[in-house]
Design a protein. Structure first.
Length: 291
């Protein structure tokens, strides 16, 4: 039995779609089961509720031997690290109580990010918490999601501009969420692995934001340029959008770590996934902009 959290999220949805027609029994935890596709409701067991709730995970993990875990994002929380850890502690208790054998979770790529790197540091603290249960654990470690650009469809379409708190001429490692989901599904099908390992997942590209803008321009057949945003201006913009003080600070600290090369070492040494930035722009960004 495989338990899948965030089955309607950007990664969980794609991972579930990969696994749902297989031979494995699937159970999903869904805050709103009505959002699940009919195909999933027909084939999977659905446990309603939040996967941060102790009673829900105690019920969902019963008789399960594998788990896909994601901490739900929430920029309104007053303490980011506490959010990551408090969300995961009930799951760790249920993992131990029910003897779950393998856990695959979404964490983050990065070297030297254990402290003072915002959400990256919080994700690594969560890795340590899960690994402390003694379960066989694979920590999926992606860099920046290509899908984050979908939050900027309006300025890309209307202004021909996208914005990031990153230098225009410094490589920013990225990955398509489909590749994270595919690696997670691959690991969940494999009963043989043990121990604790980080599994970096990255695109085959090494692009600066300026180079990303050039590819976007070619795919969209219209000019697109990149505008670098100072980290402090980025922090202030997140506060204006409703982020808590700590969440805005952590997002700024994460951006600083990325700009200072947190992903560089693993980008040089990781075998890349299949989806390049141009392919993602053609298959995901372009339909979103034109739609």
């Amino acid at each position: 039995m495989i338990v899948i959290t965030t089955p309607t999220g950007s990664i969980g949805r794609q991972l579930l779609d990969d696994l749902i027609d297989g031979e494995e029994a699937i159970r999903v935890i869904a805050r709103d089961p009505s959002r699940l596709p009919e195909r999933v409701r027909e084939r999977a067991e659905v446990v309603p509720g939040s996967h941060t709730d102790r009673e829900v995970v105690m019920k969902a993990f019963e008789s399960a031997d594998r788990l896909f875990w994601v901490v739900p994002p929430d920029h309104s929380v007053p303490d980011v690290e506490a959010h990551y850890l408090d969300s995961t502690r009930p799951a760790c208790e249920a993992i131990e109580a029910h003897g779950v054998r393998q856990v695959v979770a979404v964490s983050t790529m990065g070297v030297g990010i254990e402290k003072n790197a915002g959400h990256l540091s919080a994700a690594r603290a969560t890795d340590d918490l899960i690994a402390g249960t003694g379960v066989a654990y694979r920590s999926l470690r992606p860099p920046t999601f290509m899908e984050n650009l979908l939050r900027q469809i309006d300025p890309i379409r209307d202004q021909g501009t996208f914005f990031l708190p990153h230098p225009a001429d410094r490589v920013l490692a990225t990955v398509a969420t489909r590749d994270i989901a595919a690696k997670g599904a691959e690991l969940l099908r494999d009963h043989s692995w043990t121990g604790y390992e980080g599994v970096p997942v990255i695109s085959p590209d090494a692009l600066t934001p300026d180079e990303m803008a050039r590819i976007m321009s070619e795919v969209l057949e219209r000019p697109v340029r990149f505008q670098s945003v100072p980290v402090e201006a980025f922090r202030q913009s997140m506060l204006q959008r409703g982020a808590s003080e700590d969440s805005a600070r952590c997002l700024a600290d994460m951006a600083t770590a990325q700009s200072n090369g947190a992903y560089d070492e693993e980008q040089r040494t990781t075998r890349p996934g299949p989806t390049g930035f141009r392919q993602w722009c053609e298959e995901v960004l372009k339909p979103a902009v034109l739609g």
